[in-house]
Design a protein around this ligand. Structure first.
Ligand SMILES: [Zn+2]
Length: 336
């Protein structure tokens, strides 16, 4: 706990340097050469003015739901690799930046001021989402390969997504879950067998979740599963079992339960129900209220959208929206 005097001095110099820079409008000048040249970078970058970036951390967040990529899409939720690539490029161009579902539900949103969070989720753990070349890297035309390539081209677009997997995921390739865990992707529960939970009794509902959890942690030891997506968007008869339960001595508890369709999600600091989080479908463009519909809608009415203030420790929003803030976040509230 005890800090050395050198550390204290550096902090003091950094603080002075910040004050000097602020006083002269951000540009170093001849009056402060010693401070600007000898002090280390400040621990925190200057806080942007929330009003200047129209921050609204009570706005909605698109959580996109993807299924298969295919050269000849068959299902309504499938799309070609080119369509998927084009949607990612659109998201980048429109200043969306990826976060995971776990980050979303815990309010851990670490993107730059003026950008908007987007969550990319993938269901069913198919090989079109993740397959590997001989060198151990994702193939360039699988969904993760496309995301990795785009992120390499645009380093400010993080390769982040949440993968809702079943047992024997990604063609039962043993490389898949360890690779995802090692590269910062979230792995979520999508049940062992992709069962219709509405048709199972309570014991089998809980077995489906636990067998999936066990398969994930057997493949990626130490990985903690935090969220789940309902197969087919169908709840078990006892809705509470979607959030928590136990089977064969193994408990589970999910921070978020993801639905199928059909609108943007509330801000995590607003009136979100973690037991029923909506997702937007992305597919061939023939699904009502799909990703193209909602991205157009949010582009036309940007005040609805979550816009970051660039500082994860405070929650900035226009003062007239204050009633939307969930009371449990009031300690970080920063209306303007
Ligand atoms: Zn599914």
């Amino acid at each position: 706990m005890k800090r050395g005097s050198a550390v204290v001095l550096r902090i003091a110099l950094a603080a002075l340097s910040c004050a000097a820079l602020a006083a002269c409008g951000g540009a170093p000048n001849a009056a402060t050469p010693a401070l600007t040249s000898t002090s280390p970078p400040a621990a925190q970058p200057p806080r942007p003015d929330p009003a200047a970036v129209a921050a609204n951390e009570l706005g909605v967040i698109p959580i996109l739901m993807y299924h298969q990529l295919s050269a000849n899409p068959a299902g309504d939720y499938d799309q070609t690799p080119d369509e998927f690539r084009a949607e990612l490029e659109r998201l980048y161009r429109e200043n969306y930046r990826p976060i995971t579902v776990a980050q979303y539900i815990s309010g851990d949103i670490d993107i730059p001021a003026g950008t908007h969070p987007v969550v990319l989720t993938f269901d069913d753990s198919t090989r079109s989402q993740l397959s590997f070349a001989d060198n151990g890297s994702p193939t360039p035309d699988c969904a993760i390969g496309i995301l990795q390539t785009l992120s390499a081209q645009h380093p400010d677009f993080a390769a982040r997504a949440t993968m809702y997997v079943n047992n024997e995921p990604f063609g039962n390739d043993p490389r898949a879950l360890p690779w995802l865990a090692a590269h910062g992707y979230e792995i979520g529960d999508h049940t062992a067998d992709h069962s219709n939970l509405g048709r199972l009794d309570a014991a089998n509902v809980q077995r489906e979740f636990v067998e999936n959890l066990r398969a994930i942690t057997a493949a990626a030891p130490g990985y903690k599963v935090r969220t789940m997506a309902l197969p087919l968007g169908i709840f078990p008869t006892d809705h509470a079992l979607a959030s928590a339960g136990a089977w064969d001595g193994t408990p589970y508890q999910f921070e978020a339960v993801m639905l199928v369709g059909a609108n943007p999600a509330p801000a995590p600091y607003g009136q979100v129900d973690p037991a029923a989080v909506p997702r937007i479908r992305s597919g061939r463009g023939e699904v009502p209220f799909d990703s193209a519909y909602w991205l157009d809608h949010l582009a036309a009415d940007p005040a609805q959208r979550f816009t970051s203030d660039g500082d994860p420790t405070r929650i900035s929003f226009p003062r007239n929206l204050a009633a939307d803030l969930n009371a449990r976040w009031s300690g970080r509230s920063n209306p303007y």
